[in-house]
Design a protein around this ligand. Structure first.
Ligand code: PLP
Length: 445
């Protein structure tokens, strides 16, 4: 496609005139216009290219415009573009089968939704129906989506103007770098966070709690890889008190951690696989080529709906175009070793490369992550760990964009989250750009 700069001007004009944006005051917005993309790169209508180290909203795990996924969608469009969820559909069955093959033998069914928020809505609904209980416990440092229960399960600022759903309680998860528990080691952090969770369960009345809903690795909150023993401890508490455990793998799932799921990536540190009762997913399952998400259900929960009506549904549950994009994505990820590539990139390039940057620039307080899922915790003073100001983060973002890298920033953090298909050469180029940008912004507070 030839690029016409006038189309870029028109895109921005139409956007500013007619489009209402998420999570923003509208008046001062000036969104970046993106004309196209391929793999780890996007470009504008002037032909300026950017390395997409945001993966958009951390969802393009397979990169932009993967040909196998694009043709799977086109082929399905020629066969059947839509069908009601009540009908059986071959592509939907294949998508569910492929998802379950990656989740493992402890899961038996998939309920499809339109995205991650409604995946959590339905996981919460299943947990409530299964237990006959009401309350849902989730982390303060979390994001679970924008709909009724999901946004109130969310712990960050987005919950506060939206608190219309009932039965939600929050607790602090582990975060050793900014510990709520005065811990001085990851082991202590894990132990004290679990003690805190058990006290919350007891204080809320354990028999009133339907679910503990946590991101296996909280993503938007800062790629907070839990310390060893935490997930196993949460599983043990859920079992002790008869509570359903839901892992939100919307951002962490489908390759981002270098494993299919984050709970699989963390098995070694936990001393074995720690499995939840329900998994919510979206994003990486088809890289968002067509909106889709869902809940992966263990047999004990799925089976109660053999004879009881599940009171939930969506017109587009298991939409054929979304299902075709899932089948195309998961097959291509398998055939091309894309999850293995994410593990290699994390282990061999990003871990040492980002650690070297942290050595060089005191503004980088901590580097944490795995696979293609990393965060740099930026500080104005290393000794106090005071978060870098919004102005400082803005300057860094501008310096990165000016050098051709599209970053993902949240609060005082730079998240390094390229697609799982990113190449060694692209990572090397990005590390050079990060280095130059940190050097350019110098001492900021
Ligand atoms: N859960 C997590 C962990 C997420 O990161 C997100 C989105 O960023 C969601 C849920 C919500 O997904 P969606 O925006 O598809 O509704």
């Amino acid at each position: 496609m030839t690029l016409d700069p006038d189309d870029g001007v028109l895109a921005l004009e139409l956007d500013r005139a007619y489009v209402f944006h998420s999570w923003s005051a509208q008046a001062t917005l000036k969104p970046m216009v993106i004309a196209g993309g391929a793999g780890s790169t996007v470009w504008d209508f002037e032909g300026n290219e950017f390395l997409d180290f945001s993966s958009q909203l951390v969802n393009t795990n397979i990169g932009h415009q993967h040909p196998a996924v694009v043709s799977a969608i086109k082929e399905q469009a020629d066969i059947l573009t839509t069908v009601a969820p009540a009908h059986a559909n071959l592509t939907r069955g294949k998508a569910a089968q492929r998802i379950l093959a990656r989740a493992g033998n402890s899961f038996s069914k998939v309920f499809f939704t339109n995205g991650g928020a409604d995946a959590n809505e339905n996981a919460i609904r299943m947990a409530r129906l299964y237990t006959g209980r009401d309350k849902v416990l989730s982390h303060y440092r979390s994001y679970h989506g924008n709909t009724g229960a999901a946004v109130v399960a969310t712990g960050d600022w987005r919950r506060v103007p939206n608190e219309f759903a009932r039965g939600h309680v929050h607790f602090f998860g582990p975060f050793a770098y900014r510990s709520e528990f005065w811990a001085t080691s990851p082991e202590q952090e894990s132990e004290r966070a679990l003690q805190h969770l058990e006290r919350v369960i007891q204080s809320e009345g354990s028999t009133s709690i339907a679910a503990i809903l946590i991101e296996t690795i909280p993503g938007t909150a800062g790629v907070l890889v839990p310390p060893p023993g935490y997930l196993a401890g949460v599983r043990a508490l859920a079992d002790k008190y008869g509570i359903v455990l839901i892992f939100d793998e919307v951002m962490a799932g489908f390759g981002r951690t270098g494993s299919w799921f984050a709970f699989q990536a963390l098995a070694e540190q936990e001393g074995g696989l720690v499995e939840p009762d329900l998994i919510s997913f979206a994003k990486g399952v088809n890289s968002g080529y067509v909106p889709a998400g869902g809940v992966i259900i263990s047999p004990s929960i799925a089976d109660i709906f053999d004879d009881n009506v599940f009171p939930g549904g969506l017109t587009y549950s298991g939409h054929p175009l979304a299902m075709a994009s899932i089948v195309g994505t998961l097959d291509a990820m398998e055939d091309e070793g894309i999850v293995t590539n994410a593990a290699h990139i994390g282990r061999d390039l990003l871990a040492p490369g980002l650690a070297a940057l942290a050595e060089k620039y005191p503004i980088i307080g901590e580097v944490r992550g795995l696979g293609v899922f990393w965060a740099l915790d930026l500080v104005s003073a290393p000794s106090t760990r005071a978060p870098l100001s919004p102005g400082g983060v803005g300057a860094l973002k501008a310096a990165l964009l000016a050098r051709g890298l599209l970053p993902f920033t949240a609060d005082n953090r730079l998240h390094v989250v390229p697609p799982c298909v990113v190449t060694d050469a692209e990572v090397e180029r990005a590390l050079t750009i990060y280095d130059e940008a940190f050097a350019a912004i110098g001492e900021v507070d």
